[in-house]
Design a protein around this ligand. Sequence first.
Ligand SMILES: Cc1cc2nc3c(=O)[nH]c(=O)nc-3n(C[C@H](O)[C@H](O)[C@H](O)COP(=O)(O)OP(=O)(O)OC[C@H]3O[C@@H](n4cnc5c(N)ncnc54)[C@H](O)[C@@H]3O)c2cc1C
Ligand SMILES: *[C@@H]1O[C@H](CO)[C@@H](O)[C@H](O)[C@H]1NC(C)=O
Ligand SMILES: *[C@@H]1O[C@H](CO)[C@@H](O)[C@H](O)[C@H]1NC(C)=O
Ligand SMILES: *[C@@H]1O[C@H](CO)[C@@H](O)[C@H](O)[C@H]1NC(C)=O
Ligand SMILES: *[C@@H]1O[C@H](CO)[C@@H](O)[C@H](O)[C@H]1NC(C)=O
Ligand SMILES: *[C@@H]1O[C@H](CO)[C@@H](O)[C@H](O)[C@H]1NC(C)=O
Length: 598
Amino acid sequence: MRFSLLLSLTSLLSQTLASTTDEFDFVIIGGGNAGAVLANRLTENPDYKVLLLEAGPSDLDFPVTDIPFISPSLTPFTALDWNYTTVPQPGLAGRSIPFPRGHGLGGSSLVNYLIYTRGSKDDFDRYAEVSDDPGWSWDSMQHYFYKNENFTSPVEGADVLDRKVDVEIHSMTGMMPVSVSGSATPIDKRILNAAAELGEFKFTREMNGGDVLGLGWIQLTTDGPKRSSVASTYLGPKYRQRPNLQIIFGAQVSRVMQTGTENEEPAFRCVEYRLRLGGSLRYAAASKEVISSAGTIGTPQILLNSGIGDSKTLTELGIEPLVHLPDVGENLSDHPGVVNGWLVHPNTTYDDFARDPVTQAEEISKWAETGKGFLVNTISSHIAFMRLPDDNPLITTYGDSAAGPKSAHYEFLISNWLTVAPSPETGHYLGIGTLVVSPTSRGSVKLRSADPFAMPLIDPALLKTPYDHAVMCEAIKAAQRFVSASAWSDHVIGPANGLEHVHSDEDLDKYVAENAKTIFHPVGTASMSKRGEKTGVVDPDLKVKGVAGLRVVDASVLRAQEHFFLENGVDTSKRGDVTPRWSERPGKNNSWWRSGPE
Ligand SMILES: Cc1cc2nc3c(=O)[nH]c(=O)nc-3n(C[C@H](O)[C@H](O)[C@H](O)COP(=O)(O)OP(=O)(O)OC[C@H]3O[C@@H](n4cnc5c(N)ncnc54)[C@H](O)[C@@H]3O)c2cc1C
Ligand SMILES: *[C@@H]1O[C@H](CO)[C@@H](O)[C@H](O)[C@H]1NC(C)=O
Ligand SMILES: *[C@@H]1O[C@H](CO)[C@@H](O)[C@H](O)[C@H]1NC(C)=O
Ligand SMILES: *[C@@H]1O[C@H](CO)[C@@H](O)[C@H](O)[C@H]1NC(C)=O
Ligand SMILES: *[C@@H]1O[C@H](CO)[C@@H](O)[C@H](O)[C@H]1NC(C)=O
Ligand SMILES: *[C@@H]1O[C@H](CO)[C@@H](O)[C@H](O)[C@H]1NC(C)=O
């Protein structure tokens, strides 16, 4: 079997590779969220020999990642980050911004903010529809949510669970510990009281049951006081030492290579990588499959480096086009976010921790010694998923950008501190992150040059469409309404961090463009479509279209909701690009700022 595969390599390639090629059944590129799960599941079968190539270091070299609350300090521009920066963003006043991606075993699950959201039923049912594969539907996915989740007691005790989640819909038999915040925060009661008082932000006990809407307790991937990443779970000690799994750290893959032709399709069963910066090139072959799990940036970069992409663009770059798949790297969709701050009276916020090394040292030793304190939490304990009202002029004019009625347009992350870096030198804050979660803007990942190791050109197109920008403005107005509840009256002093200068819609436009950033959820650069369909990059089984031996399994296959704007009730079949300029958009109402929040 192995011998015949080697024979099928082109003669030139087999000469080059003769001394350096190791052979496996599966070669997985990237040990992140997807790659680590695959490495675990495939090596359950003792007959499969699996190689996992991870560009970054071992998670075990960074025990600090265990502390949930410090996640915002793990990126950008650290030893665990790919250190990407975007191209200038027209929707962000022309700024180029950091674009963090986890670099190490565990991938972005090693550095992320731990917030556990399954997503909405509408979105999974939409995946099933666009891929013509019922296996992607919400109902079909339940089996996998159950296999993944081990819902565990939080540090503060199991008795709170019933109040905070619907235990019925959770699994206690999966691999990944998930819980609620383990330490009460000083604003928990105020948040719930404000929600009860206003009505607009309805409390929901459970956001992971298909209907995401409402305000409730965050669920997070923690195991007691510690982060659960895919490295600590799916590749925990028990699995990492399986004899049929080899993990190579510091192995950055440049491309996949054609090894032959099968049923008239080119087969790509060889991987080229370099061992650490400046190292010589190495090769690994897979008798069954190469699986790219390099993520929404890494996967399209590797495909394009390999000659799989738009033939014309590749030729222009000096890369030999081998498979014409024009959608590789297209349709990048990401969630923009703004961190909004309000100055508050109490000094019991976490801002002192964020700015003061002495407080940090104290809390970290408390966490290490007792497993207690607010470091067991993530940045927020409450989250809200909200829709614009059906009669909002944005919706009536342009249609609904969400996947369905139980899916959100925007999200809040409510924090007992201002989650910006660097932290303001003084003051105590209430922070509300506002995120646009059904964005219509689409960007791309492109190659900078024919150098396979050069940083790619990343354009997440944040707030590019006036629609997305307007939804962000609506979300911030909603946050202002939330803070205006009497539950906050003896707590909040007033808007801060730039928000205090916003007195008109024009001010708000400027504030949004100057403060929005990525909230780290890029998808769609190798999106799935129906078998046989020309658009998209992979079939519903995640095999690359028109190619043998190569699959993509990571967030790049997730295809964001397509949104077609209505103009006078007519589907223009163009995305947000056709909407009026910001100043003319519907839904503007200057008087709102003059009168202040009700
Ligand atoms: C700062 C931050 C905060 C986030 N917060 C949350 C949150 O709170 N909740 C949530 O649900 N999601 C969050 N996310 C998003 C979430 O982590 C990602 O959606 C998810 O990890 C994507 O999984 P993936 O397998 O596609 O990619 P990743 O987990 O990013 O894994 C890709 C892996 O491939 C490796 N790789 C890439 N290129 C190569 C190459 N050429 N050769 C070898 N290896 C390579 C990378 O080093 C990495 O290990 C956050 C992300 C970030 C960065
Ligand atoms: C990112 O930058 C940090 C800080 O300069 C550095 O330590 C790290 O090695 C860089 N990451 C990569 C992948 O080069
Ligand atoms: C789930 O977590 C509990 C601890 O809360 C642990 O005892 C149990 O073994 C875990 N289950 C699995 C399947 O890992
Ligand atoms: C916080 O405020 C309380 C009074 O509300 C005061 O006693 C305490 O010293 C303050 N702590 C700090 C660190 O400023
Ligand atoms: C992605 O975007 C391109 C245009 O940029 C479009 O032609 C294509 O059909 C889109 N859809 C998918 C699923 O990739
Ligand atoms: C603008 O908003 C204010 C306050 O919410 C409201 O009273 C007023 O009717 C609105 N005006 C228009 C034109 O929608």
